[in-house]
Design a protein around this ligand. Sequence first.
Ligand code: LLP
Length: 420
Amino acid sequence: MSRRLEQQAAPAGTGVSHVFPIGSRLNERGWLEIGGCDVSEVAAEFGTPAYVYAVDDIRTRARAYVDGFRKRTDHFEVVYASKAFPCTAAYRLLAEEGIACDVASGGELYLALRGGFAPEKIYFHGNNKSQAEIAYAQEAGVGHVVIDSFHEIGLIEAPQKVMLRVTPGIKPTTHDYIATGQVDSKFGFGLDDVPRAIGAVGRRGLELVGLHAHLGSQIFDLGPYEKLAEVLTQMGDYPLLNLGGGLGIAYTNDEHPPPIDEYVETLVNGAPDGVTVLCEPGRSLVGNAGVTIYTVGTVKEIPDVRTYVAVDGGMSDNLRPMLYGARYEAEIANRFGGGTVCTIAGKHCESGDVLQRDVELNDPKPGDLLVMPATGAYGHAMANNYNGIPRPPVIFCEDGDARAVVRRESYEDLALRDVL
Ligand code: LLP
């Protein structure tokens, strides 16, 4: 399956790299096609900016996870870390694939239930869950609450299946903001506190079924996962072992993360026989499935300094470049290739609102459609309304059919919560 994924992700001769959704191609007219839909037609129908997803890409990756486990063990659960892309349609799609779901707040829980996840397939996370959120989760009947602190133990009513989130003291190689496994973390119980937490959970009458740890996100080196399974199994024998998510994806053409199958193999090999292994992929399920399409507006050339190509979105639809210095590819949607070194700027009133510095585009001009791949995870999820910019729609493309699953925000929406 992993080889098939690689091949599908980089079809020969189309000029579309593996950072684009599986099945993407340049069509006979020279335009990028996602999920069988010409992006110029998607832009004409739904406007820009827009998040455009290939539905089959998400399905293929979800199946790669499930198949990767199934061929190695009968005891596993793939859990969609829905913070990566929390919209009702995405929940619905992944519920259809039969996997479980992780939510990190009452709001994500609401959307997961609305999207059709059975409550017993939901894992409720969060380092500071409120009493109200916990009550909501228990009333809804969530399968597992993943306990993060001593304070939280006192907020949960028995009976309830719970897991303990452990901070294993392992720091993966990734951006500091998205590393969570190290000792200095706001998440979970340090190893020394685990025995005391186990005692407190027992006294509260809660049913402790396993341990959980999440090392961090956008991880390419699988070594720390082997270590993680070892550390957690030393803490006691439990039926469930949740090794978190975090498998990295390719944002740029030169990045080649380990295939899903290799990641799954590492997780399964690390766990003791008979234990149910859980993993919680977010980014690696949805990240490469989505691209953002923008329209180019102002092109400002400062001789001997820089050429700014401004698009009709920016830090309100993709915070990742500003937050993490994240890098992306970019192309003019009907003229792939380089030639002009430019800096892609957003339209917000802030100099730091730059989506990409020093990327090559093919002669960008006002009115061109610019596409930025690998924006499917944590783009829509972290979108905001800075400068009163309405958030983009989410478009699902499948077999040549494009449909809005989240509409574009309107100016009226911006005032919807006003109390005058
Ligand atoms: N499980 C837990 C408990 C998590 O905290 C996370 C991510 C995941 C699973 C999923 O990790 P993934 O497979 O997506 O790497 N906003 C940041 C990412 C923050 C990740 C937070 N937790 C970004 O845009 O890179």
